[in-house]
Design a protein around this ligand. Structure first.
Ligand code: 8DG
Ligand code: CA
Ligand code: CA
Length: 332
């Protein structure tokens, strides 16, 4: 039982390699919990996904960015036998199968899945009879499992965008709303909806003063509007919940970040996570530290200095001497 996918592009000449690399990546993340290997497999998959021609051998793949000896051997094995022994073993292993299934539920991560497996809970059905083992988020994840696994078409997110924009501008015209994540990267389908909002009266200096209840107010009004249907968690700057515009319930995240940090936040929440990792690594090589809030030069003592002033996403690329990439070109 694999995740329902958005319609795949059959013109992708290395689709089958990407598929097994992604399956291996997920195994490393959820079962082994080795994030380095997870990143390595995903990086290799993203490199192959960008190619417009078919890879014919491991040796050929070996020349590409992010593909080493081990992965090129797997490509050879796959080309020769049509499968991978490693994956066959993983697929036939009970604990791997159980953990893979349980982590489909929003809120159940690898550690929780392992804990449930150790209690003898091995599948979703079984989990439904043990909801007392789940927290609020996980219960909602189970309740909406089918909906959350169904990818969200762009048009639906556009609807949500319009509803949030018009609702917020009716209470305060200065709210700025940006839908980030895969939607901003131009994807036709997304896994969830990532909303970033800011307001000029909310800056990092006076953050204490103004953030109080601003996000709560936003969430309240979107609830009254019947857009938000459930709350998973609500803090001062981060809401996690559920919304509904069409027939299905969707995961919705809203973050309220300071106005002066807006572009670092937009950059971060636009992703992809692999692109972010590359950009952060590049920043470090240029003597900067980049996160979801700021870009700061690292002094000779190794301590980050004051944040540089950022007026656009382009500014961040410029500071780092990194060729600008439009959001659509950050799908790695
Ligand atoms: P999707 O929802 O369509 O599956 O894709 P996504 O929009 O790219 O992924 P996401 O999980 O919703 O994350 C949104 C952005 O947040 C992501 O593109 C980049 C940023 N991000 C990281 N690291 C992480 C992380 O560890 N967890 C999450 N949730 N987001 C992260 O750079
Ligand atoms: Ca997303
Ligand atoms: Ca998200």
């Amino acid at each position: 039982m694999s995740k329902r996918k958005a319609p795949s592009d059959d013109s992708d000449p290395n689709h089958d390699f990407c598929e097994f690399l992604t399956e291996l990546a997920d195994y490393e993340k959820n079962v082994v919990r080795n994030i380095h290997k997870y990143n390595a497999y995903r990086k290799a998959a993203s490199t192959l996904a960008k190619l417009t021609y078919r890879i014919k051998s491991g040796q050929e793949a070996r020349k590409l960015d992010g593909i080493g000896d081990k992965i090129s051997k797997k490509i050879d094995e796959f080309l020769e036998t049509g499968k991978l022994r490693k994956l066959e073993n993983i697929r036939s292993d009970d604990s791997s199968t159980a953990i893979k299934e349980l982590t489909r539920v929003s809120g159940i991560g690898p550690a929780k899945a392992k804990e449930l497996y150790d209690l003898g809970i091995t599948n979703i059905n079984h989990l439904s009879n043990n909801v007392d083992k789940l927290n609020h988020h996980q219960k909602l994840g189970l309740k909406y499992l089918d909906d959350f696994e169904t990818k969200i078409p762009r048009s639906e997110i556009k609807n949500v965008e319009e509803i949030i924009n018009s609702t917020l501008s009716s209470i305060d015209s200065e709210f700025k709303v940006t839908i980030c994540g895969s939607y901003r990267r131009g994807k036709d389908f997304s896994g969830d909806i990532d909303v970033l909002i800011t307001h000029p009266a909310f800056t990092s200096n006076e953050s204490k003063k103004l953030k109080n209840n601003k996000l709560h107010m936003v969430v309240d009004v979107l609830k009254k509007n019947n857009l938000i249907t459930e709350t998973i968690s609500l803090g001062e700057t981060k809401f996690m919940g559920v919304c509904k515009v069409g027939t299905l319930s969707r995961r919705l995240d809203i973050r309220l970040n300071p106005y002066d940090q807006f572009y670092c936040s937009v950059l971060y929440f636009t992703g992809s996570d692999i692109f972010n990792k590359e950009m952060r690594d590049h920043a470090l090589s240029k003597g900067f530290t980049l996160n979801e809030y700021t870009l700061r030069p690292i002094g000779s003592t190794g301590v980050p200095g004051e944040p540089v002033e950022v007026q656009s996403e382009e500014d961040i690329f410029e500071y780092l001497d990194y060729p600008y990439k439009k959001p659509e070109d950050r799908n790695m």
